[in-house]
Design a protein around this ligand. Structure first.
Ligand SMILES: *Cc1c(COP(=O)(O)O)cnc(C)c1O
Length: 483
């Protein structure tokens, strides 16, 4: 098809701009075609730089403040990983390079990164094979559940539901439902774990899988996990591991050894790449031997001569779940991070993450109610239930923290803990930072008794006062004004 443009005329500042910028052959109705130049605002480079610099200064970020947002693993991500992705051999590679598609020599380095990364993740988790294609944790979940569905279907075994604890991350039931399963929710018992009686009742030949997070969103590691896996396998169902909390157990225990059949990881939580702001992320999925054939295409394979290629010929594969090869930059950063830390470094990261969370918990539990009073893993859940007696909510304490220069912890999640405040300090913070945060949390607990209004008015140091959150959601005003 030949594209026919109207004759252009000399535009402003010496550029040549077409008056009509829609190709005639596009078939777009005449009434939608522009007949005069678009009235785009003209701003100088300096104005643009100032605009974005000022916007960036409105942000709380790990680079500027402590960010103990539970469930999100907001740890500092070393800058050397950014340097690695900027290397032109990686960053200038076009995804449609024929060399890449044909497995030619120009793209061998990138294919090798993907291949090695799959092997490293398999070793860390105890799984047989990985796909690095999914673009986020939730996308990994959906991919994992699709693999489970493909496996059962291949066995002529149509199963109906997936069992998920009520402490799970909201994406778990959403992924199971999108993949076409009914979701059976099991409540948490008084110890903070899956209620075993109700679980056994729900488990049947209709169960496709049990989706668990361990340690879970309460920061607890379920000591009955092996028993749960055995019961699940006895009815022919599969075990799904939400590995977004891998930061707690790297090098300590492997989901594959416990009996999990499918695992997703959040590279952007555990292995570099800042998390938040909607991505980009990577949620690779690992599987046990019997699920390998169903993994998405393309698969990176190693040929007999040691070179690498992409293999699209997998007839049992669930097919494409992402364009091209996943978020390559995120995978590459995680690869660099794993190689830099090595085995002992990954183990130390987990140990320090768990130590930091327990330190916060131990020092705060005289001042706040505790969700479940036991040793926690990488995050701890405390609650403002005591402060509520003075009319102070978790939200008020969160806003006060902003005044004191700290990002608030996650509040009101997990939903099964009243007035929850979920703190995930991560391994990258110093004891001095943790102590400063704890000090402010203790001050807030004292203020709840002596001057609760001060908490209810917070934040007072910000250009914008406390928002009416309902109004903000219903009538969002996204314009920034400094007055
Ligand atoms: C963050 C998280 C997810 C979802 O990951 P995304 O990358 O945000 O989609 C799933 N499960 C748990 C436990 C998480 O913490």
């Amino acid at each position: 098809m030949q594209l026919i443009f109207e004759k252009s005329r000399a535009g402003r500042k010496g550029f040549t701009l077409p008056v009509i910028d829609v190709p005639r052959a596009s078939g777009l109705p005449e009434k939608y075609c522009r007949n005069q130049e678009a009235q785009l605002p003209e701003v100088s480079e300096l104005d643009v730089v100032r605009h974005f610099s000022n916007l960036s200064r409105l942000n709380f970020s790990v680079d500027t403040n402590f960010y103990p947002l539970g469930s999100c693993t907001m740890k500092y991500n070393p800058k050397f990983t950014e340097k690695v992705v900027e290397m032109s051999g990686f960053s200038d590679l076009h995804p449609l390079l024929p060399q890449l598609l044909g497995g030619g020599m120009l793209a061998q380095g990138s294919l090798e990164v993907l291949y090695n990364m799959e092997r490293l993740l398999a070793e860390i988790t105890g799984m047989s094979a990985f796909t690095t294609q999914p673009l986020a944790g939730a996308h990994g979940e959906l991919t994992g559940v699709m693999l489970i569905a493909a496996y059962h279907k291949d066995n002529g075994d149509l199963r109906k539901h997936i069992i998920i604890p009520d402490s799970s991350h909201g994406t778990n039931p959403a992924s199971a439902a999108i993949a076409g399963y009914e979701v059976v929710v099991i409540p948490t018992d008084k110890d903070g774990f899956l209620d075993m009686q109700l679980f056994k009742k729900a488990l049947s030949k209709e169960t496709a899988a049990v989706m668990l997070t361990c340690p879970d969103t309460l920061g607890l590691f379920n000591p009955k996990i092996k028993e749960i896996a055995d019961l699940t396998h006895n009815v022919g169902a599969l075990m799904y591991y939400d590995g977004a909390n891998l930061n707690a157990i790297m090098g300590k225990c492997r989901p594959g050894d416990i009996g999990f059949d499918v695992v997703h990881l959040n590279l952007h939580k555990t292995f570099a790449t800042p998390h938040g702001g909607g991505g980009p992320g990577a949620g690779p999925v690992g599987v046990c031997e019997k699920l390998v054939d169903f993994l998405p295409i393309s698969r990176v394979v190693r040929r007999a001569d040691g070179t690498f290629a992409l293999d699209y010929h997998k007839h049992k594969s669930i097919g494409y779940i992402a364009p091209f090869y996943g978020n390559f930059g995120v995978i590459l950063k995680a690869y660099a991070y794993i190689l830099a830390l090595g085995k002992s470094g990954l183990i130390a990261a987990s140990e320090n993450a768990v130590l930091s969370a327990n330190y916060c918990l131990a020092r705060l539990k005289d001042y706040y109610a505790v969700g479940y009073d036991k040793i926690c893993m990488h995050e701890c859940v405390i609650s403002a239930a005591k402060q509520l007696e003075q009319g102070v909510h978790a939200l008020d304490i969160a806003k006060y923290l902003i005044d004191q220069g700290f990002h608030p912890p996650t509040i009101y999640f997990p939903m099964i803990v009243k007035e929850a405040m979920m703190i995930e300090p991560t391994e990258t913070e110093s004891k001095e930072t943790l102590d400063a945060f704890i000090q402010v949390m203790i001050e807030a607990a004292k203020l709840a008794i002596s001057n609760p209004d001060l908490l209810r008015l917070a934040p007072i140091s910000m250009p914008i006062k406390r928002l009416d959150e309902t109004k903000a959601a219903r009538e969002p005003n996204l314009r920034w004004s400094s007055d």
